[in-house]
Design a protein around this ligand. Structure first.
Ligand code: PNS
Length: 162
């Protein structure tokens, strides 16, 4: 069985991420969307909230599950029998860092990284920009699933300074 992982912070998941999950699901037997538990980076949503949002949006994809991990991604790959890391590449600006991580992960554990060219509809889209635009009252309609948009609106209402 070919297992792929789509790792990330997903704070929150966007339509760009979902496009990558669906494309990974079309080529792997099973895809694990893995949320990094990062104790040094502050996030708007808790890990549990991010997992819940991800579970809602991947529900239509039969071979996709959601998990979280702490520490090195390659250790997660080893313990979960993951053969490939799948990432979206939005633009040249993503390339340097993504290449560096792919090469390091291959060196550490021989795990391949496969890049999906992001749908041009979402090439400018990131969770950080979505949060910034939404926090200042801009429209992020069409960039997030409706359920996530609802949670983002509620979260920003609870934390107006976020
Ligand atoms: O959504 P993000 O924050 O850009 O995702 C980054 C992520 C989680 C893919 C990356 O930071 C990662 O793999 N972190 C796990 C720690 C690790 O393995 N670091 C070494 C990378 S070579």
């Amino acid at each position: 069985m070919r297992i792929a992982v789509c790792p990330g912070s997903f704070d929150p998941v966007t339509n760009g991420h979902i496009d990558v999950f669906a494309r990974a699901a079309a080529v792997a037997d099973q895809v694990i969307v893995a949320v990094l538990i990062n104790k040094t980076k502050s996030s708007l949503f808790t890990v549990q909230e991010r997992i819940e949002m991800l579970q809602e949006v991947v529900a239509p994809l039969d071979n996709v599950v959601v998990d979280s991990f702490y520490g090195l991604l390659v250790d997660y790959c080893r313990t979960h029998d993951v053969q490939a890391i799948v990432k979206g590449l939005r633009a040249v600006s993503d390339f340097d860092y993504e290449l560096q991580m792919a090469q390091m992960n291959y060196r550490l554990a021989g795990v391949e990284t496969l890049f999906v060219s992001t749908n041009p509809l979402y090439s400018y889209l990131s969770s950080s920009l979505v949060k910034e635009v939404a926090a200042h009252g801009g429209s992020v309609d069409g960039l997030l699933p409706q359920s996530v948009l609802g949670r983002l609106t509620d979260k920003l209402a609870e934390n107006p300074s976020a």
